[in-house]
Design a protein around this ligand. Structure first.
Ligand SMILES: [Zn+2]
Length: 419
């Protein structure tokens, strides 16, 4: 198949059967509820995993929980709780949404706070190799020590700085050598949680958490690293800088995949703008299949805008698909599905073109109903329809999420006891 690589800015051939695919996708920072933008990102990578497996590939999938972060520390006292309980509460909420949407659970689901020793080892090595420095109890990555910094985001330094400043960077931090240097370990601020380190008590920076969780799960290199497009810079740019200079490898992830942002009412869906559409709210009126089909009808790299009218249109399409899966044919000649199968597979092989795949499947469903009405044998066509729908995460006439979805997430949720 072909996948667009943010790093090379090119479509690259990826053979799911050539190796086990190690996939890392950045998870949520659990301080608020799951909105449709999150769901779109995780459903994109769910379709990727399902398609790689459909093609006979093997996938090992890690998603993380950024449980210690500026956001969790800042929000907890406002809600009369602490960062740990807040994180557990919203992680449990996120898991419920993922189960409802039939999103496959990761094989590994680490928290940042599970890998504090690994984070410290990472920072120590980067200091020893000359890519980082200690200053006043904090450790910073020195961007000028790494000539390839900017290779993923492809933007000039002044733009990098402007975006970093919006995402928690302190350009005027007097302890830094360069305003773009980013923190690997931050000295404890009054009242903040802290862990012991060679530089005194403190907590990890945001980007090093994912580098460490990735390394601990997979080792020095992986096949695919994914996340929302808002993570390209600074988060993923910084991850590459940390990881390749720690491991000494020429690359970190072969392919970097980014899911575009979802808009609503003319703006990017975001907490700060207050234009969020919550998955849990949609699930009160729409079935998981309605939402999954609606999401699949948008290409993962093209930003799009949520509307209720479009979601409502997916409802009738789902009804037809389900009807196609259930309808009774006759004993006439068997319905041919080779053309539909070829179209479906070619679409997903073309940089995960789920809108074309979904449209083809809907058209095939309509044709199947007509063939059944004409007393044709549709049994094999229905078996394939279910299999293809499953690649898009749809359940059609089956009830509730897949058993492996529920049991896998429930296993992970034991580590996030929520009051
Ligand atoms: Zn991350």
């Amino acid at each position: 198949m072909k996948l667009y690589n943010t790093l090379s800015q090119q479509f690259e051939t990826f053979d799911p059967r050539a190796q086990t695919t190690r996939l890392y996708v950045c998870g949520v920072t659990p301080y608020d509820t799951t909105h449709l933008g999150h769901a779109a990102t995780y459903c994109t990578f769910d379709i990727l995993i399902r398609y790689l497996e459909y093609q006979g590939g093997k996938v090992i999938f890690t998603e993380n929980v950024t449980d210690i972060d500026d956001d969790t520390i800042r929000e907890a006292p406002k809600r009369g709780t602490n960062w740990r309980d807040l994180g557990n509460y919203w992680t449990a909420h996120f898991i419920r949404d993922m189960i409802a949407l039939n999103v496959r659970p990761p094989d590994f689901y680490p928290r940042a706070t599970d890998v504090i020793p690994e984070i410290i080892a990472f920072a120590k090595t980067l200091i020893e190799k000359g890519f980082a420095y200690e200053s006043g109890g904090s450790v910073y990555f020195h961007v000028n020590a790494y000539a390839k910094f900017g290779q993923l985001s492809h933007i000039p330094r002044d733009q990098m700085l402007a975006i970093a400043n919006e995402r928690g960077n302190f350009p005027d931090d007097p302890k830094k050598r360069d305003p773009l240097d980013f923190v690997l370990w931050q000295a404890q601020a009054p009242g903040e949680p802290a862990w012991d380190s060679p530089w005194g008590p403190g907590r990890p920076g945001w980007h090093i958490e994912c580098s460490a969780m990735n390394y601990k799960t997979f080792g020095p290199t992986i096949e695919i690293h994914g996340g929302g497009a808002d993570l390209v810079f600074p988060h993923h740019e910084c991850e590459i800088a940390q990881t390749v200079n720690f491991t000494g490898e020429s690359y970190f992830a072969k392919i970097w995949m980014h899911a575009a942002m979802v808009g609503y009412k003319g703006e990017k869906m975001s907490k700060s703008l207050g234009n969020l559409v919550m998955v849990s709210e949609l699930l009160k009126k729409y079935s998981p299949d309605h939402i999954r089909l609606y999401l699949a009808k948008h290409h993962y790299r093209a930003p799009w805008e949520f509307t209720y009218a479009d979601l409502d249109f997916s409802v009738s399409q789902c009804t037809h698909l389900t009807q196609a899966a259930q309808t009774q044919g006759g004993d006439g000649p068997a319905m041919d599905y080779a053309y539909a199968r070829e179209q479906f597979e070619n679409a997903l092989a073309d940089d995960l073109d789920s809108p074309t795949a979904a449209a083809g499947l809907c058209a095939f469903g309509e044709a199947l109903i007509e063939h059944a009405d004409a007393r044709r044998d549709v049994t094999a066509a229905q078996t394939w329809l279910r299999r293809a729908a499953n690649v898009l995460g749809l359940r059609l006439d089956a009830f509730g999420p897949e058993a492996r979805v529920r049991s896998g997430w429930e296993q992970h949720s034991l580590r996030f006891p929520s009051a």
